[in-house]
Structure formats: structure tokens, C-alpha cells
Design a protein around this ligand. Sequence first.
Ligand SMILES: Cc1ncc(C[n+]2csc(CCOP(=O)(O)OP(=O)(O)O)c2C)c(N)n1
Ligand SMILES: [Mg+2]
Length: 372
Amino acid sequence: MTADASRGAQAPPELVQLLTPEGERVEHPDYDIDLTPEEVRGLYRDLVLVRRVDLEAVALQRQGELGIWASLLGQEAAQIGSGRALTDADMAFPTYREHGVAWCRGVDPVNLLGLFRGVNHGGWDPVEHNFHLYTIVIGSQTLHAVGYAMGIQRDGAVGENGAATIVYFGDGATSQGDVNESFIWASVFNAPVVFFCQNNQWAISEPLEKQSRIPLYRRASGFGFPGVRVDGNDVFACLAVTRKALADARSGQGPVLIEAFTYRMGAHTTSDDPTRYRVQDELEAWKLKDPIERVRAYLFKNQLADQAFFDEVDAEADELGRDVRKRCLEMPDPEPLAIFDHVYTEPHRLMDEERAAFAAYLSGFEDEESGR
Ligand SMILES: Cc1ncc(C[n+]2csc(CCOP(=O)(O)OP(=O)(O)O)c2C)c(N)n1
Ligand SMILES: [Mg+2]
């Protein structure tokens, strides 16, 4: 398989797929899943709602209400499938694009917008949701996750009903030292961690073939643990593969690398213009593999949902979009000195000095305004 072929419309042979782009259910000997019609409708609803939040966020950025936004467009199935595989006890470590996983963890989407609006540092409690804060430094969260996994291992909190850890990162991140170091630690300490790589085939403008000459999932074998490539636009397959990997991690079988083969349909962020470096045909080919359309087709063909259901979900999505927009605009600007508040849990001399210096700087502006 050439690198170019891997980006084409043809599915690579080693891909785990349970639902084709046409919405046909297919079997896989190692990964099966038995979903009730209600569960499938639930997954469809998740996919539609997170896409709607994402679209609203892009619009808000374009209107100057957010500084920047990293869209998940095209990656909804990878995030909802893996996110819904988690139990409440599992801990997730995201990048900056995991809005769908955040949704599954019960994080209010407005909190995500707060970070990108610059009014908070990510206003959710990672412990309350078992969802760590967004991480911008590429790959560093893989080390945090392995440390966390080794912690729960030492606390004896694993086992069948215990906790596992999942960490998200991109194809570009696989070239980072941190990620490779985390693979080594996870492997030799048999840490209960699932490495979930969303291979969206681009790291800003760098294509996949600049990261690896072999499929990314095969990297795992060099580190001594299993790797699997799943159709990242197939929510059933992502759910099944992640569920099994988490169960294996919990039962003491160590880490797994999941490569969710997907595509970033939007720009890297709202600051990026992908027309400068990729061809339109590539995007068109991937539109045919849309993660939402195939679930819709499956529900329709199998008469598991009627038009009223689809209309209801669309209406709910519009209402969510309106609500998110309204509450985003209502978020107050923070008091400027609040930026120093949560850097350390305990008082810290350096923070005190920096706070005082910044307060002095700000008071200069007040003087100017009052004409003193
Ligand atoms: C350590 C580090 N180096 C560089 C950057 C700048 N940067 C931000 S996103 C990005 C590309 C990441 O690509 P990938 O891992 O594929 O994730 P994706 O954005 O495609 O989801 C880079 C290089 C950074 N944030 N951190
Ligand atoms: Mg990428």
C-alpha cells in the first residue's frame, strides 16, 4: 500500500470496520458488538449534536467571539465511539480537539468555548468528569496518562470493575519524543492505558507520509504491545475496538494502541487555510465516508428510526446551538488578576511577585484613564 493510496477512498485491508460508508452492517471475527436500536439512535444523536456544537463554535470564532477554534469535523465517530466505550471510573486525557469525548464525559460545551474565548483555562473539574484539561503541547498528555495509569495500577484500582486510562493524540504527535517515551513506560510497566491515535492524516499542513513510512498502528509492536487500526469514521467499530482495549487494560494485559483512521474535514484550526496545501478531491472522497451519514443510512434502511426521529434530533441540535451561543456571549470577562489564581494549589512566591507586578502595570492604565 502506498502512502497516497492510504489517503484515497479505498479502505485499507487491515481496517476494522463494522458499518460501511453505505450503512451496511459487516461482521468482524475479533470485534463484534450487539447494539439495541435505542443505543444506535443514541449514538446518532451524539454525533449530530457534537457536530452542531462544533459548527456553532466555528461561526462564533468567525464573528470574533472566540480567539480560535479547533474543529472536530469528520472525527465525530472516532470520538463518540471511543468516548461511549468509557465507564465513569475511566480517566481520559484529551488534546485540544476532543469536543466529542468531552460531550460523552458530561462536560458542558460552553466550558470548552470558555477556553477558546480566553475567559478561563478550561473551566471544568477534571476529577468530577474524569476528563483531564485540554492539552495544547503536542503529545505531552500521553506521559500524564501513563503516569496516571501507573498510579491507579499501584492503588490497586484496576481489575474487572476498576478503571483504565485512555489518551488521545494525533498522527503528528506520534513523531514527538514524549509519545514514544510514554509507549516505552506503558509497555515495560504494563500500564492500564489505551493510546487512541486519531489519524486525521494531517498535522496542520504536514501530511501523514511525513510522519511514518508504515501504518501508525504497527508502531506498537516495536514497543511490545498490540496495535489495531479501526475505521475512525465508523462509530460501531470505534466503540467495539475501544471497549475491548479498555477491558484488556483493566484485566492486566497492558496497553493497546488504537489507530482510528479518519480525516480532518475542516481546517486545522480557524487560523488555518487548508486550500493552501491539500487538494479538494481528497476532501470530496472523504465526504462520501461521512461518519454521520452511514449511521443515518443504517437506521433508515433497517427501519430503526423514522423521519420524525431525525427531525427531532435536528431540532434538538438547533436548540443546543442556540443555547451554546447565548451562554458563550454571556460569559463575563474575567478579572485580569484571576489568571494567577489556579497556577498552584498553594500560595507561591513567584506568583505573588508576578501578580503584584501585573497589578502595578494595570494601575498605570487606570491612572491614564482618570487623567491623574
Ligand atoms: C510540542 C509542540 N510542538 C508544536 C506545536 C504546534 N502544533 C499545534 S497543533 C500541531 C499539529 C498536530 O498534529 P496532530 O498530532 O496530527 O493533531 P491534529 O491537530 O491533526 O488533531 C502542531 C505542530 C505544539 N502545539 N506543541
Ligand atoms: Mg493530525
